[in-house]
Design a protein around this ligand. Structure first.
Ligand code: SAH
Ligand code: SF4
Ligand code: F3S
Length: 555
């Protein structure tokens, strides 16, 4: 147990990479204030869940955790339980009404206020004697910071009052203990303005705000100084990144005209260019040139519209920018796309995929382009014909991997309010499985295509197989934050690597720049310890492929 003055925190993260980053930043800011982190929920004084609201299932997991905390609080009344993130924002105070065990709620756009909320929550609990008559009232005093109605301020006003920037910048003042990590996320854009009809994100994360490019670059430099060599830039629609340097807001909130900004057309080169604007292409180029210590530059997620040739040219011409584009289509049917309010049609999507391949698919120099996607099945009124169109889309797009989700109606969204969820679950399931089977075959065939090729592999850690062998399998999302990247194995150092090893080799796992997973063996004992490979880039030749993973040997 910890001593009285040091509170220990258990922080568990659900949801997307944006949440993983938020958790890391929160851990950094609380750590700087003296809180200590534990991976054992049952030993913590404070239990925080950083939650996701994107599908109902994501919320159910948190409800069940909160149920467990209710039981525990009977024995440990001083326990502080907090719900952070998208579910806090979406449910609002209803969540506390339903789950009084929750002491603290903090939306994703308010996380800079968390230290203060937490301090209040802890002091409320611990300063009171057990017999204090006020105890019941005080103990039920809740600490809440949600955006609520402020969430839909215009982007410009939101940017003017963007106190959250301090959370991201805090990383440079009190960097988290990277402990062997070589990979990190960096936010470029907060929020989303697209309002796809099924999606909670614009409601939970608020208006789109682009971070100043200099802040992003300084942050990446600081991360590079700690040994990070892989950066993934995060935003809901990263290619919409666009920072207007002369943007000015008058006291009454009126935006001043942009000096020198030229808008030259829809999706072609220099669409947003202008002397005073940093576009996504500009940003990628600047990072690549100004921080060469970053050996791998990635970005998530791309939006299939407004993705100019300028970005594709930068990716093609900059060797350290990865050839992987995650660009969800959601469906292959124009009718569905319209109902989803995606703002693009399938012809435009296909055109974009074609353009990506034209610019970036270069297997002859060992740099094939890999694409990733997301699909929603069973959106209201989806017919077998719509479903057939989605199958065709999968076959045409040839994603390396594609996440397929069953439509989940989310309160507060347009589709929840206006369109009944009329596709039975059994039909959603069947369609989901059909798409999965098609995708598995495609992934398999892409993997087979790589046999004989040579790739740079960024080594992440022990392979799953090796973990199993050692009984050290670590569940993603459990305990301390920021150590899993996209669900990959933690990149911490291998703990036991000598006499206890079974066998003469150790199997490690890494990724190509196209994000393909590669397993390869290294000698357990030798000139280089297996630990020495982790976090480095090695060259390997692929000699086998099994479904989604490749097996290689060092060359
Ligand atoms: N900004 C990204 C996606 C963020 S949400 C983009 O636009 O591509 C991640 C994925 O969750 C989405 O791509 C979508 O496929 C899925 N998703 C979002 N809301 C959903 C819902 N209500 N039901 C099922 N899947 C959903
Ligand atoms: Fe959601 Fe659409 Fe925004 Fe993606 S672009 S976060 S799916 S609203
Ligand atoms: Fe979930 Fe919020 Fe991310 S809803 S997917 S945690 S932006």
């Amino acid at each position: 147990m910890t001593n009285k003055s040091t509170k220990s925190v258990y922080l568990e993260t659900f949801g997307c990479q944006m949440n993983e980053l938020d958790s890391e930043l929160v851990a950094g800011s609380l750590g700087a204030l003296g809180y200590q982190f534990t991976s054992q929920a049952d030993q913590a004084d404070i239990v925080l869940y950083n939650t996701c609201s994107v599908r109902e299932r994501a919320e159910q997991k948190v409800w069940s955790r909160l149920g467990e905390m209710k039981v525990r609080k009977n024995n440990q009344p001083d326990l502080v339980v907090g719900v952070l993130g998208c579910m806090a924002e979406r449910d609002g105070k209803d969540l506390i009404a339903r789950m009084p065990v929750v002491d603290l709620m903090c939306g994703p756009a308010e996380l800079d206020k968390l230290p203060e909320l937490l301090d209040n929550a802890v002091r409320t609990k611990s300063s009171l004697a057990v017999n204090d008559p006020e105890i019941a009232i005080r103990r039920s005093a809740k600490q809440v910071a949600l955006q609520g109605n402020a969430s839909r301020r215009s982007s410009t006003l939101a940017a003017a009052g963007d106190s959250l920037e301090s959370l991201d910048l805090g990383r440079m003042i009190s960097p988290v203990d990277f402990d062997g990590r070589r990979s990190a996320y960096v936010r470029i854009t907060r929020g989303c303005n697209k309002f796809c009809t099924y999606c909670v994100v614009p409601h939970t994360r608020g208006a789109e705000i682009h971070r100043p490019p200099q802040h992003i670059i300084d942050e990446i430099k600081a991360l590079a100084d700690t040994g990070i060599i892989e950066i993934t830039l995060l935003g809901q629609t990263v290619n919409h990144y666009r920072f207007e340097h002369d943007s000015a807001v008058t006291l009454d909130g009126i935006v001043q005209p942009q000096k020198g900004r030229t808008y030259k057309g829809s999706h072609n080169r220099d669409a947003f260019a202008g002397a005073n604007t940093t576009t996504f292409a500009d940003l990628l180029y600047r990072i690549h040139e100004e921080v060469p210590q970053i050996k791998r530059l990635r970005f998530l997620t791309s939006y299939p519209r407004d993705f100019g040739d300028d970005v594709l040219q930068v990716i093609r011409d900059c060797p350290r920018i990865c050839r992987f584009i995650h660009v969800p289509a959601q469906t292959g049917s124009n009718r569905m796309l319209k109902m989803m309010n995606r703002g693009h049609n399938i012809e435009e999507y296909d055109e974009f995929i074609g353009r990506c391949n034209e610019f970036l698919h270069q297997p002859e120099i060992g740099r094939p382009l890999m694409l990733g996607g997301d699909i929603i099945v069973g959106f209201p009124t989806e017919t077998e014909e719509d479903h057939e169109l989605t199958k065709q889309l999968l076959i045409r797009s040839r994603y390396k991997n594609c996440f397929i989700f069953k439509y989940s109606p989310r309160p507060g969204t347009v589709s929840y309010d206006k369109i009944p969820d009329d596709i039975p679950d059994a039909v959603k399931k069947r369609r989901n499985n059909e798409l999965l089977m098609i995708q598995t075959d495609i992934s398999d065939s892409i993997a087979q295509d790589q046999i004989g090729g040579e790739f740079d592999i960024f080594v992440e850690g022990l392979s799953r197989h090796e973990h199993k062998k050692r009984g050290t399998d670590v569940k993603p999302g459990s305990g301390m934050v920021g150590i899993t990247i996209g669900g990959a194995e933690p990149q911490a150092q291998i703990a036991v690597l000598d006499a206890e090893i079974q066998g003469p080799t150790v199997q490690l796992s890494g990724r190509t720049d196209g994000d393909l997973i590669v397993f390869f063996d290294v000698p357990a004992v030798g000139l280089q310890s297996p630990n020495d490979y982790i976090g480095k880039i090695v060259r390997a030749k692929i000699n086998a492929a099994d479904k989604l993973t490749l097996a290689g040997e060092l060359v």
